[in-house]
Design a protein around this ligand. Structure first.
Ligand SMILES: [Fe+2]
Ligand SMILES: [Fe+2]
Length: 155
């Protein structure tokens, strides 16, 4: 299991679409908040609610990207959407399996979200970003891109 914390690095994580980058930054902040809560051994209920908020934030972000993919007819939309669903389904499964009696499960859930979020941003979202930039979507935002950035979950 990885111990490292995921931090936003512009050169590494930016996909060149400011509205999407802003949401990715907020998700990374939410993951770090969760990391810290686990490290400080906060009460189970507090950690559980942080994880639930984070999953909701990720789910909203995925819906935002899916609206963009549809609006710009992204050719890889179906496989990208499948990956989104897989991440959220797995995260919800991990949330439902959390119990104070098995603290290792919490650590596994955090490690899973850290790894999958970064992998998805670095590979699939980067491909989407390159496509949107080629379509002029990053420079000339349409309706979906004008949506407000998501606020990170609070403890
Ligand atoms: Fe995505
Ligand atoms: Fe994303």
């Amino acid at each position: 299991m990885r111990k490292r914390v995921l931090n936003w690095e512009e050169a590494r994580h930016s996909i060149g679409v400011p509205a999407v980058d802003e949401q990715h930054r907020n998700i990374i902040i939410g993951i770090n908040t969760l990391h810290q809560a686990v490290a400080k051994e906060l009460p189970h209920d507090a950690i559980r609610s942080l994880l639930a908020n984070l999953i909701q934030l990720i789910d909203q972000h995925f819906s935002f990207e899916e609206a963009l993919m549809q609006e710009y007819a992204f050719p890889e939309a179906e496989s990208h959407r499948r990956e989104h669903r897989m991440i959220v389904d797995r995260a919800r499964h991990l949330l439902n399996a959390l119990t104070p009696a098995r603290p290792l499960r919490t650590k596994l859930a955090v490690a899973y979200l850290t790894d999958w979020t970064e992998r998805h941003v670095l590979v699939s979202d980067r491909t989407l970003g390159a496509f949107l930039i080629a379509q002029g979507a990053a420079a000339r935002p349409r309706t979906a891109l004008a949506a407000k950035p998501l606020a990170p979950g609070r403890p």
